[in-house]
Design a protein around this ligand. Structure first.
Ligand SMILES: Cc1cc2nc3c(=O)[nH]c(=O)nc-3n(C[C@H](O)[C@H](O)[C@H](O)COP(=O)(O)O)c2cc1C
Length: 174
């Protein structure tokens, strides 16, 4: 049995999860709704990136008992461009810290690009982004990574990088 679990605050990760569920025809749940994932053979976790963490992922995999024979797919959804190797390396090192070595070693990881609408951010997220932005613009050019550059360029805007075609390689892997 397959399941797609998503962790999404503003809906972009949920949009990818919903489209994938439609395409592969399987059960879909928010991480907040699911408690026991042991009974599923294939677990696809699609989570939004917040300060390097994948929303809800740690909590979801914490109680997984039986990893042998399970297929685990982790899909991150963030603003940073996944075509940049530095970005994906940063994301992967973050994932490694949030999962047990056993789950991490078993997981196939994919990265998708989401979007942001500053007018919809809650107070905490607006404050975090404002602090990050103010720090980022002071960095010398050579210290601005692709991730930092993307944040500066999109600051206070509404951007949407959602591309469902990117789901093809994930479907191919399932
Ligand atoms: C406070 C905050 C922190 C974020 N941190 C990251 C990050 O570390 N890496 C990244 O690629 N995107 C980051 N983002 C962008 C989100 O991952 C992106 O907007 C994503 O599409 C949100 O998914 P959701 O709509 O499902 O919540 C951050 C956004 C906010 C508001």
């Amino acid at each position: 049995m397959k399941i797609i679990i998503y962790g999404s605050q503003y809906g972009t990760a949920k949009q990818y999860a919903t489209e994938l569920a439609k395409r592969i025809k399987c059960e879909i749940r928010s991480y907040e709704e699911i408690k026991d994932i042991d009974s599923y053979e294939t677990i696809i976790y699609i989570g939004a990136l917040y300060a390097g963490g994948v929303l809800g992922m740690k909590k979801t995999f914490r109680n997984l008992q039986n990893i042998t024979d399970k297929k685990i797919i982790v899909v991150t959804v963030g603003l940073a461009d996944p075509n940049d190797k530095g970005n994906t390396e940063t994301i992967r090192s973050g994932i490694k810290k949030q999962l047990s070595a056993e789950v991490y070693d078993n997981a196939v990881i994919f990265h998708l690009r989401g979007g942001i609408d500053y007018s919809r951010l809650n107070f905490k997220h607006k404050t975090m982004m404002s602090l990050l932005y103010r720090k980022a613009i002071k960095l010398p050019e050579e210290k601005k990574t692709a991730e930092v550059q993307a944040m500066i360029e999109t600051y206070n805007k509404q951007v949407d990088f959602i591309n469902f075609n990117e789901l093809d390689s994930i479907i191919h892997n399932i």
